[in-house]
Design a protein around this ligand. Structure first.
Ligand SMILES: *Cc1c(COP(=O)(O)O)cnc(C)c1O
Length: 399
């Protein structure tokens, strides 16, 4: 069947919640993706900051296959070894004490919000808590995660969402302080805002929030679904700020392609959850958790965080240069291998044109091109991407 006809057929059965690019992906190899017709793409999106190890990592794939033959699933009513190994690895990497595994980032946020509410309930004896979140944040699409997502167009049509949520300005500590009251249970934010347009938290802002939380007995929930798992050059972005959250959420690269997320917390906070408070049939199953423990093992073996730091600097220098060359590029932000270029021309056009030249990029916010390649990216790949981006920007901006 012709590609166009095949895509039309797919569009008739898949719910139209995405405007898809005319690309039918079939397989991947390292930093490259291939369509069913063999068309090759350099991948600078990694399935939205997921595929940290690149495509076809042999050790990772072998480990998944081995687990398939052993045990795919069992209930949380029983122990399984991969779940312990994965939880231990996540605790060691994050400084958290206890973990609950979920199937996605959204569910991790959902669990984090429930935990914060339960903790508040235990202290106040009433379920009248409030949450402070940030404008332009993104935390997922379920009712709870959506309620703390600071972009109106995502929320508007789906109300009423969960109770009192107030939105402060990211990187504006005073705006947060003004919203705090005796009912504030938690402040939730991303250390580096992803979907909102790649905005790293300023050190004084994040430290200030931590201090505010300590003073007022408020829980700090850091959503590291996108910026965690080595993306910024440390296992978790907050580790570069010298602070820790009370509750951490992770997903995306946590399973490197296997759908898995987690929320984790310090002991005294985690203790608020008791048997019966939360659950998930698939959450923490041996297949997903084997993927997680293998991901942690491979990060260590490949010394991935060190590599990200190096590549992050290289990507930064290359994008700075592009920033200087093209007046349509108006800003450059980011941390490690999570960077963005803000443009004064429609970013969708630029991303589509780059794709036609063989490089997959994604947008963030309304005017930002997001660079979140697999973490195994090398200098030659950055150069290859930069060449395509330069050609595209020259053509489109007429320079
Ligand atoms: C992607 C993302 C989520 C939602 O994760 P899903 O796995 O898509 O449910 C939540 N928070 C942040 C910061 C994200 O980038």
């Amino acid at each position: 069947m012709e590609k166009q006809a095949w895509m039309a057929q797919a569009d008739r059965v898949l719910m139209h919640t995405y405007n898809r690019y005319p690309v039918v992906l079939d397989h991947g190899e390292g930093m490259y993706l291939y369509e069913t017709d063999g068309t090759k793409y350099l991948d600078f999106a990694a399935g939205i900051a997921v595929f940290a190890l690149g495509y076809g990592n042999e050790e990772y794939n072998a480990s998944l296959k081995e687990q398939v033959d052993k045990l795919l699933h069992t209930s949380n009513y029983y122990y399984n070894v991969p779940a312990y190994d994965a939880a231990k690895a996540l605790c060691d990497a994050s400084g958290m004490d206890r973990v609950f595994f979920t199937n996605s980032g959204t569910e991790a946020m959902e669990g984090a919000l429930k935990l914060a509410r339960k903790y508040y309930y235990n202290r106040h004896g009433e379920a009248d808590s409030e949450i402070i979140a940030m404008e332009h944040s993104f935390h997922g699409r379920s009712m709870g995660a959506l309620a703390v997502t600071g972009t109106k167009k995502y929320r508007e049509a789906f109300g009423p969402l969960i109770g009192e949520v107030r939105f402060a300005k990211f990187n504006d500590l005073e705006s947060v302080r003004l919203l705090v009251n005796e009912k504030t249970a938690a402040i939730v934010l991303e250390a580096v805002q992803g979907e909102g347009g790649i905005y790293p938290a300023e050190p004084e802002f994040l430290k200030g929030i931590r201090k505010l939380c300590d003073e007022k007995d408020i829980l700090l929930i850091l959503d590291e679904v996108q910026c965690g798992m080595g993306r910024t050059g440390t296992m978790f972005a907050y580790q570069q700020y010298g602070i820790e959250p009370d509750i951490l959420t992770s997903a995306k690269a946590l399973g490197c392609g296997v759908p898995v997320g987690a929320f984790a917390a310090k002991e005294d906070v985690a203790a608020a959850m008791v048997p019966g408070d939360h659950g998930s049939t698939y959450g923490g199953n041996p297949f997903a958790c084997n993927a997680v423990r293998t991901v942690f093992r491979l990060y260590e073996k490949l010394n991935l965080c060190t590599h990200v730091k190096e590549m992050g600097v290289y990507l930064w220098d290359v994008l700075e240069q592009i920033c200087k060359e093209f007046p349509v590029v108006t800003a450059h932000r980011g941390l490690g291998l999570m960077q963005g270029l803000e443009l004064s021309i429609p970013v969708g056009t630029v991303v589509s044109a780059c794709m036609q030249k063989g490089c997959i990029l994604i947008t963030a916010g309304s005017n930002v091109i997001r660079f979140v390649p697999p973490l195994v990216v090398e200098r030659c790949h950055v150069d290859e991407m930069a060449k395509i981006l330069r050609e595209t920007l020259s053509e489109i901006s007429g320079k």
